[in-house]
Design a protein around this ligand. Sequence first.
Ligand code: GDP
Ligand code: MG
Length: 324
Amino acid sequence: MSATDLDLTLVIPLYNEEESLPELMAWIDRVVKANGIHHLEAILIDDGSTDESWAVISTLHNTYPWIKGIRFRRNYGKSAALQKGFEAATGDVVITMDADLQDSPEEIPELMRMIQVDKYDLVSGWKKDRKDPIGKTLPSKLFNAVTRRASGIKLHDFNCGLKAYKNEVVKNVEVYGEMHRYIPVIAKWAGFRRIGEKVVKHQPRKFGYSKFGWERMLNGFLDILSIMFVGKFGKRPMHLFGTLGVLFFLVGFGILAYLSYLKIIEDIGRISDRPVFFFGIVTLIIGSQLFLTGFLAEMISRNAPNRNKYKIAARLGGSEESKE
Ligand SMILES: Nc1nc2c(ncn2[C@@H]2O[C@H](COP(=O)(O)OP(=O)(O)O)[C@@H](O)[C@H]2O)c(=O)[nH]1
Ligand SMILES: [Mg+2]
């Protein structure tokens, strides 16, 4: 199924990078020619740029026929751009890179080799010597530490724009919001376990300005919660909410039963004088709420369009037309 005639697809999301594009395309052209990579495409996704990026892409397309372009009518964000690029990608190896010349095309051949020969599903770049201001590198360190802990994936630099994938991987991950930072996590949940890392060269920004500030960072932190939840319990929410609900309910019920016992048998007077009484009531209520949430979530997930959608890695025998 993944057999295509292209060896490589470059997916390059961009927003207002008119000055960098000509230099980047010339650089890529040099590298692929020098390494005998002839069957390639580069999908440039212009995410509603307000500068002349799209005109530049159109001109470059005439010079380099392997350039393809997708232009969004407005700005949807880097994840949306990557998603569209992934959907369109036909190369056996798919490499994403930033358009601002901070990622080096020189890394392409080795990244391809790691996917094709070393058989990695995904190789993530690691900007070990990162050429960015401390206002970016420090939050990034924190972000990476949190993601490492939450996901159990031992990568140093989750958010590196330079990454390589087997074609099959990009067809099985779905990104939106600010989720492009977590693609290795999403890939792992989809069942791709061979995740590697390569130290990559990084250049300081030469033209234009950085588009990622703290607001996008914050949304990114919230996204990991969704990813971990959807990945683990998205198809069986009752297992999370139901378990917690039962636990809380039992604790609350136990406390109230004990107080009732004291009241009836030992006649301790007003049980509302016992602080633990309120704790008992609150846990009982939280417990039933969680339980109900579990039921609701379960009903919603049953009716969601992607119910019973599982990532299928292979098939034997003619079952092509059977529903996934
Ligand atoms: N499609 C798309 N690409 C974006 C957006 N914002 C930034 N980019 C691209 O993502 C890459 C990295 O962005 P950049 O601003 O350099 O982030 P930094 O390297 O973390 O400072 C560049 O190629 C940008 O053009 C966006 O809203 N949409
Ligand atoms: Mg950059």
